[in-house]
Design a protein around this ligand. Structure first.
Ligand SMILES: Cc1ncc(COP(=O)(O)O)c(C=O)c1O
Length: 356
């Protein structure tokens, strides 16, 4: 069997074992069928020279019409989507009802809780999504702040930035199997970063973490906890890390915990015997991707933190009529709408079923 056939057989086998989700399989791009590969001629139609943007009419006269290129691109997307199995994103979605909204330039620039100066926004949907995650991770409405991000990376950058603003002298501790966005945050924000080796299953080595913390008790501790590592899906045991902090004698005001839950922060609350992440524990922020478990057709995510922390970031910007609290300025209002729609349509029962 060729690898492509093996993958096809595997996909069909897996689909037989999946329960039927409350929100039926989406087939707008034909994901449940296997689509043909591009011909050599079609591959040429998507080559860099074929898709280049002409500067002159003479150049334009030698290239294909956009409609022809897009037809081939659609065929390629169908083909690659029908074989898509490896990267942990959920393709079980149906957002056709939202397609019409793509014509609007929806921008949620600024703080989601501020009144927008422009009318073309989807803040009401964004706030509803944030309320959902605040409930999922057990933080009261009045105590949380958050926003819809461009993905897990932005949520991690925001969470680590908040930590540094709360503890400017803090050392960032994370396991060697943390996502590269955590190390990037350490570099961007010029933080001392201690990389802790992992146990064979991919969790942080708790004894070595304890040793490093003990050696640096004069500095505040900023810990990035992995709620699902990229390669092994390993979950650092939050309760055990909290116990280590207690054991070395770091009081609550001297440590800060960010949870990188890109994939699993959306799944763990629906698993009966998983070690839970919750703001009832001494943690400070959680970031999740929206295009992974939930299945949004564009990169996006959500970050939630304790409200008091964001005060340390606030800068008043008059022409957006609110505080600047987010990493980016303009923010994708479509993403908020897609997240809201996915959560509403799947519902708690649908998500739980998919997680199972
Ligand atoms: C553990 C972990 N954190 C963060 C990220 C970054 O998320 P995104 O790709 O949404 O920026 C990923 C992505 O794979 C990840 O696996």
């Amino acid at each position: 069997m060729t690898p492509a056939i093996q993958e096809h057989v595997l996909k069909k086998e897996i689909s037989k074992t999946l329960p039927v989700a409350s929100w039926g399989m989406f087939d707008a791009w034909g994901a449940s069928n296997i689509h043909p590969e591009l011909t050599k001629d079609e591959v040429q139609k998507l080559s860099p020279s074929a898709v280049k943007i002409p500067f002159t009419e003479e150049e334009r006269s030698h290239i294909s019409h956009e409609t022809d290129i897009l037809k081939v691109f659609d065929k390629q997307m169908k083909f690659v989507s029908s074989y898509f199995l490896g990267y942990p994103i959920n393709l079980n979605y149906d957002h056709q009802e939202l397609f019409d909204f793509m014509k609007y330039s929806i921008n949620n620039c600024g703080d989601p809780f501020a009144t927008s100066i422009a009318g073309i926004h989807s803040r009401q949907f964004e706030c509803s999504v944030l309320d959902f995650f605040s409930k999922l991770w057990n933080i009261p409405k009045d105590d949380y702040w958050g926003y819809v991000t461009s993905g897990g990376t932005e949520g991690n950058l925001h969470g680590i930035l908040l930590a540094r603003e709360c503890h400017p002298d803090g050392i960032l501790y994370c396991s060697e199997e943390s996502h590269y966005s955590i190390f990037k945050a350490g570099r961007y924000f010029r933080m001392d970063t201690k990389t802790i080796p992992t146990l064979p299953m991919g969790e942080i080595n708790y004894n070595l973490l304890e040793k490093e913390l003990t050696n640096n008790l004069d500095r505040h501790a900023i810990i990035s906890v992995n709620i699902g590592t990229t390669v092994k899906g390993a979950v650092d045991n939050l309760d055990r890390i909290i116990q280590v902090l207690k054991k070395v004698g770091l009081p609550r005001e001297r440590f800060h915990i960010h949870c990188d839950g890109a994939l699993l922060a959306m799944m763990i609350p629906f698993m009966d015997f998983a070690p839970q992440i919750s703001f009832e524990k001494p943690i400070d922020s959680i970031a999740v991707s929206g295009h992974k478990m939930l299945g949004c057709p564009m990169p996006c995510g959500v970050t939630i933190c304790r409200k008091q922390h964001v005060k340390n970031l606030e800068q008043r910007v008059d022409y957006i009529n609110c505080m600047d609290t987010t990493i980016t300025g303009s923010r994708n209002g479509q993403a908020a709408l897609y997240l809201w729609y996915s959560l509403r349509k799947k519902g708690i029962a649908g998500i739980k079923q998919e997680v199972m």
